[in-house]
Design a protein around this ligand. Structure first.
Ligand code: ATP
Ligand code: MG
Length: 382
């Protein structure tokens, strides 16, 4: 059972001795060697911030051997919004005592009675507990089968009761809810992110946040409606930032073109407008990054998605970039990007209509950097 809504319905009878807890797992952070402590601390802080901000009372939150335990929970928070969380489980925490473990099973009987079949899966994080995992599974399975009348079924059971024998406590839970994994926002450093009102750049920004980046958002404004949409996209991304502020810098696109855009559209260089635009964006983004001490730039570029997103055009438009450019969607299928956009809640915002830019009628698809520089000189934009 890993459907969050179903998991949240499983009753956890907390009565002082048995406490409701949430076990948080964080995959990759545990591989971080010497930096591990810093990552764990940040994730712990972000979880605590999230719980407080979203009014989920808890009594303690502790790091313990590759897990974070939140204790004294009265409900199950949506921890998918805390980046760095690989999975989590609402659980019943009990003393490390086999007799107590057997007593605590009763709390799960109603849910198991309502299921077609079940199994017990045991994991010993500490190996000094007896019986061993198989022994626990067999004995508890038999006990539950006798008490509830529900049969054991090892393969694809309708209800899986997990028993996790920890260092100091035992945990009982019914399943794992997947998070996005990755690292806590801000744990890797800062990048400038070129954010448009489209589908791609919010997803690209999210993916980099998931790798621990704190983005400084930069938007070149085309219309008021488009800028309002970008502010809403910022607000949505902010929900994943665990209290770290996502700043948005807005610069009128006219400023990029030094007021020469109308004449450019009416000149023989009109087919170059998009490449020039991207070149100027990268130049401005690199300058902002240098000023702010950010270490590079994120874009939502996707190879060959539109006729003008060719390797040549990408090369030419990035020739003004003085810092590394990160484009996590470069090889994504549009469907993959759309699915992720839906999952993080940016899709509906991105597809809402707003006045964007007017693409040239016949955009250049293979501009080389030298040619672009020549065009920039001729148009007074260099
Ligand atoms: P998106 O869906 O993110 O708009 P796209 O596939 O439409 O991407 P382009 O419009 O060619 O691609 O833009 C490529 C990238 O350039 C965008 O993903 C974004 O990072 C950046 N970009 C485009 N327009 C703007 C803008 N007005 N302000 C800031 N960045 C922009
Ligand atoms: Mg776009």
């Amino acid at each position: 059972m890993s459907d969050p809504t179903e998991l949240r319905r499983v009753p956890l009878p907390g009565d002082g001795l048995q406490e409701r807890a949430v076990i948080v797992r964080y995959g990759e952070i545990s591989l971080k060697g010497r930096n591990r402590g810093r990552f764990e601390q940040k994730l712990r802080d972000h979880l605590a911030w999230f719980l407080r901000t979203h009014h989920h009372p808890f009594s303690s939150i502790e790091i313990e051997r590759g897990r974070i335990y939140i204790r004294g929970c009265q409900d199950v928070p949506d921890l998918k919004r805390v980046l760095g969380v690989y999975s989590y489980s609402p659980a019943l925490e009990i003393e490390r005592d086999y007799g107590k473990l057997k007593e605590a099973l009763a709390g799960f009987f109603p849910a198991i009675r309502g299921s077609r079949d079940f199994r017990v899966s045991c994991q010993r994080l500490a190996k000094d507990f007896s019986p061993d995992s198989m022994g626990v599974e067999r004995e508890l399975g038999t006990l539950i089968e006798k008490s509830t009348g529900t049969p054991v079924r090892l393969k694809d059971p309708a209800f899986e009761l997990h028993v996790e024998i920890g260092q100091r406590r035992i945990y009982l839970f019914a399943g794992k809810i997947r998070g996005f994994g990755g690292f806590p926002v801000g744990s890797s450093g800062r990048l400038v992110s070129l954010l448009s009102g489209g589908i791609d750049s919010p997803v690209a920004t999210f993916l980099m946040m998931k790798r621990g980046v704190l983005p400084l958002l930069l938007h070149f404004a085309v219309s008021e409606a488009e800028t309002a949409k970008v502010r809403r996209l910022r607000d949505r991304l902010q929900e994943f930032a665990a209290g770290e502020e996502l700043r948005l810098v807005v610069i009128p696109r006219e400023e990029l073109f030094l007021g020469k855009l109308p004449e450019l559209y009416h000149s023989r260089f009109e087919p170059y407008v998009c490449v020039i635009c991207k070149y100027l964006m990268h130049k401005a983004a690199a300058e902002l990054a240098q000023r702010e001490g950010a270490l590079g730039v994120i874009t939502g570029d996707n190879l060959a998605q539109v006729a003008s997103q060719t390797l040549k055009n990408l090369q030419a438009s990035r020739s003004s970039a003085t810092l590394p450019v990160y484009s996590p969607l470069i090889a994504f299928e549009k469907n993959e990007t759309m699915a992720l956009a839906r999952e993080i809640g940016t899709y509906e915002l991105s597809i809402s209509a707003s006045e964007g830019c007017t693409p040239p009628r016949d955009p250049k698809t293979g501009v080389d950097p030298a040619r672009l520089l020549k065009v920039l000189e001729l148009t007074g934009l260099r």
